[in-house]
Design a protein around this ligand. Structure first.
Ligand code: COA
Length: 256
């Protein structure tokens, strides 16, 4: 039914697997559209009580937005690109049923942003988190500049986004980016056990709890608007073209 997702449900629990392992599950337009559709269905299906999002394969959760698509997009389309990702990730965050990210490897760029839009995160020992956009001459555009500081504090978030390198699962745990670190083979088992416990609680109370907690963090206006506009600005530069081309050509970028 979906070309980039594997979907399965069992006794009220929905499993969403992002399935482009040859591209480390990078988020292209199809993944974003399919994710939007599946989350919408999840929201509206009373038989479904909770969801887990993970990535196919053993190496990657999601290694970011699809960099190959950046050069195909018009350089004036940056804001639109950011808005599209922001919309689906905000939809995930605002879903009044619990959604857990089971991070089974790389969670970079849009992958880290996707994990942060879930209600909480478990990680496998080989997981790595980062916002490497700066190395491509751009910035996080799917809510990362807004959610990361709220999760780990402004100083740590700025350091991580400015350095552009990745942190390991133990460090992600230490700074509160993930709730638990597990051996890879235990990740889904533990994620499912926790979700089973949570979805056994009364659904109206779960919905009320998520809504109230989100309300304290609500700034879907100014901050997100600035992120999309700043992303658009970076997306229109020659540095973006050089950064993205260098990645695709598997070489170091030559920034002026
Ligand atoms: N977008 C598009 N393709 C991606 C991708 C992304 N974000 N991340 C990885 N891929 C592709 C690679 O181009 C490669 O494709 P190919 O086999 O057709 O050449 C494939 O996935 C495997 O990746 P590769 O780089 O060969 O694996 P690796 O183990 O050497 O390195 C990473 C893994 C995650 C360190 C590296 O792929 C990487 O840095 N990815 C980009 C991360 C990023 O900048 N994300 C933010 C984007 S805004």
């Amino acid at each position: 039914m979906y070309s980039t997702l594997i979907i399965a449900s069992n006794e009220g629990l929905l499993n969403i697997v992002i399935n482009r392992p040859d591209k480390l599950n990078a988020l292209n337009t199809t993944v974003l559209e399919e994710l939007k559709e599946v989350v919408q269905k999840f929201k509206n299906d009373p038989a479904l009580k909770g969801a887990i999002i993970t990535g196919a394969g053993e190496k990657s959760f999601v290694a970011g937005a699809d960099i190959g698509g950046f050069l195909q997009a018009e350089r004036s389309q940056g804001e639109e690109l950011a808005r599209k990702g922001q919309e689906i990730f905000s939809m995930i965050e605002e879903t009044e049923k619990p959604i857990l990210a089971a991070v089974n490897g790389y969670a970079l760029g849009g992958g880290c942003e996707l994990a942060m839009s879930c209600h909480f995160r478990y990680a496998s020992e080989n997981a790595r988190f980062g916002q490497p956009e700066i190395n491509l001459g751009i910035i996080p555009g799917y809510g990362g500049t807004q959610r990361l500081p709220k999760l780990i504090g402004r100083g740590r978030a700025l350091e991580m986004m400015l350095r552009g390198d990745a942190i390991d699962a133990a460090e992600a745990y230490r700074i509160g980016l993930v709730n638990k670190v597990l051996a890879a083979e235990k990740l889904m088992e533990e994620a499912e056990a926790t979700m089973r416990l949570i979805i056994s609680k009364p659904a109206p109370a779960i919905a009320a709890l998520i809504k109230a907690t989100n309300a304290g963090f609500e700034d879907k206006g100014y901050g997100f608007e600035q992120e999309a506009k700043s992303f658009a600005k970076a997306f229109s530069t020659d540095e973006m073209v050089e950064g993205v081309t260098a990645f695709l050509e598997k070489r170091k970028p030559n920034f002026k």
